[in-house]
Design a protein around this ligand. Structure first.
Ligand SMILES: [Fe+2]
Length: 497
């Protein structure tokens, strides 16, 4: 432990963390009074709920049963990442993972979901109870179908032991379904990426979480690097340590509060697959790339289909969420027509579905960039790098030929904010920036040939699609971590008859 937190002294950090964690959880978890009375023997849901893959009539609600109602508030903590010490110097746990600060050991039990359109749940439907165990890391995903479009739903996730009359753990939340595909509906959403743990900027979680909630978007895309297996201590050399990264990040009070009431779409990148610039076949200690993919599927509110997918939010907006790790070539081979990030199947799916779309605005939300510009040396991992220029050129040319006016890219991965326009193809790209200022870095600098805006800061993006009858407008805004708009860009176009 040889480096202090970059923005908050360790003493303040510990003090605030302990003080706020208990209070902020009262609304959704066992109260301190109940705990003191020994009334809750578990299982609980200390890692909260996650709401994913929202369509106009379906949603996935994820939960995980835990032994304790809240995260471990004591035990060994980790304040350093790879920017402060070398990989070899990152501290390793000195005791069992379950005893580390922020750990949320799982527990077997049963869980059900009740959901309806009334906040008091008097109209609620209930799923059957489902038993969960170690085989799924005590997680379960409820797939709710037959929902009404453009409708707010409320839910409660109830965990108990078989035979218990009352649930031991309760998480309440809400979500909003997408409008019907032909509805001329207004839509607001946010996009974030790249959240470090020691450099999160506040003990209870990144400032962007309350900032995004305050805007009340209908959904948010989490575009990868949601944990850093390799960069944040302790390195995930085993699957147990990998799951610890998810437990300590997503049990932070601000992340619990956000995820219980926000529909999200989850994408992964390199650090939440395995390690920096990872590709299939790599390994870190005993932890393999294949295990990394499996754990992401287990921890994210995803269905069982392909990792690339598309969602429509009314008549004017369709988003494409692409997969950048599962199908990629080895980064280090020479570039050429057979070197790929997307893989042939995903590329064919993308071109087919974008060409068939009648949405007014078509947005690719990508874990990695297409325009950049990125660092010219030392980085060969994305479509803005020379190492994948062949496929980058192919796709940028396809965008220009097929969707020249109403298509653009919002990307994660890069730890600075920008709006770039590709000089040859005119492709617009917005980089949303890292989830905290402490995590921002790495830009090669402003480049006037590309940049309409460039800022080495953390933050997030919000976008609004509006319907004006014969026209529709879209506005993209880059925000600082506290929510202030630092850049905005707007387009309007005629709606297809
Ligand atoms: Fe990142």
């Amino acid at each position: 432990m040889n480096a202090s937190h970059p923005s908050v002294s360790r003493r303040t950090f510990l003090k605030t963390s302990a003080g706020l964690a208990a209070g902020a959880l009262v609304a959704t978890h066992a109260t301190p009074e109940l705990l003191a009375a020994g009334a809750t023997s578990g299982p609980h849901q200390a890692t909260g709920t996650r709401i994913g893959e929202i369509t106009s009539d379906s949603v996935i609600v994820w939960t995980r049963l835990t032994a304790a109602p809240i995260r471990n508030g004591t035990g060994e903590d980790f304040f350093v990442n790879i920017r402060q010490v070398s990989a070899e110097q990152l501290p390793k746990p000195s005791g069992p993972v379950d005893t580390l600060r922020g750990a949320c050991p799982g527990a077997a039990g049963r869980v059900r979901l009740r959901y309806g359109t009334r906040e008091d749940l008097t109209d609620a439907l209930a799923t059957p109870f489902v038993e969960v165990g170690a085989g799924t890391d005590f997680t379960h995903r409820f797939v709710l179908r037959g929902l009404r479009p453009g409708t707010r739903y409320f839910y409660v996730s109830e965990s108990s032991r078989p035979g218990d009359a009352e649930p031991a753990g309760v998480v309440r939340g809400r979500f909003e379904t997408a409008p019907a595909p032909d509805a001329a509906a207004d839509v607001n959403f946010c996009v974030m990426t790249c959240q470090g743990y020691p450099d999160r900027g506040h003990p209870d979680g990144h400032h962007i979480y309350p900032s995004m909630l305050a805007l009340q978007p209908q959904f948010t895309c989490l575009t990868g690097d949601l944990v850093y297996y390799d960069n944040d201590a302790p390195r995930a050399f085993t699957t147990r340590l990998a799951r610890y990264h998810w437990e300590r990040m997503f049990s932070l009070p601000r992340l619990l509060e956000f995820n219980r009431q926000m529909g999200t779409y989850w994408l992964k990148d390199d650090h939440d697959s395995l390690d920096d610039d990872a590709w299939p076949g790599k390994q870190m200690g005993d932890f393999t790339f294949a295990e990394g993919l499996q754990i992401f599927r287990e921890q994210a509110p995803l269905g069982g289909g392909p990792s690339y997918r598309t969602f429509q939010w009314g008549r004017h907006l369709q988003i494409w969420l692409t997969e950048g790790r599962d199908f990629r070539s080895t980064n280090t081979i020479p570039d050429g027509p057979n070197k790929t990030i997307w893989g042939a199947e995903q590329k064919a799916w993308f071109k087919r579905t974008v060409a068939a779309s009648t949405a007014t605005w078509k947005i690719l939300i990508s874990p990695t960039p297409f325009v950049g510009p990125d660092r010219p040396t030392g980085k060969n991992d994305n479509h803005a790098n020379a190492g994948f220029q062949h496929e980058g050129d192919e796709l940028r040319a396809w965008f220009k030929a097929n969707v020249p006016n109403n298509f653009f890219v919002i990307c994660g991965d890069r730890h600075w904010q920008y709006h770039s326009v590709h000089p040859e193809t005119g492709l617009n790209e917005f980089s949303v920036g890292s989830a905290s200022d402490e995590h921002a870095a790495g830009s090669p600098g402003e480049d006037k040939r590309y940049h309409k805006f460039h800022l080495v800061k953390g933050g997030f993006l919000s976008a609004s699609v509006k319907s004006h009858g014969a026209t529709s407008s879209i506005e993209c805004r880059l925000h600082d971590v506290h929510g202030a708009v630092v850049y905005s860009w707007q387009r309007e176009r005629n709606v297809r008859a």
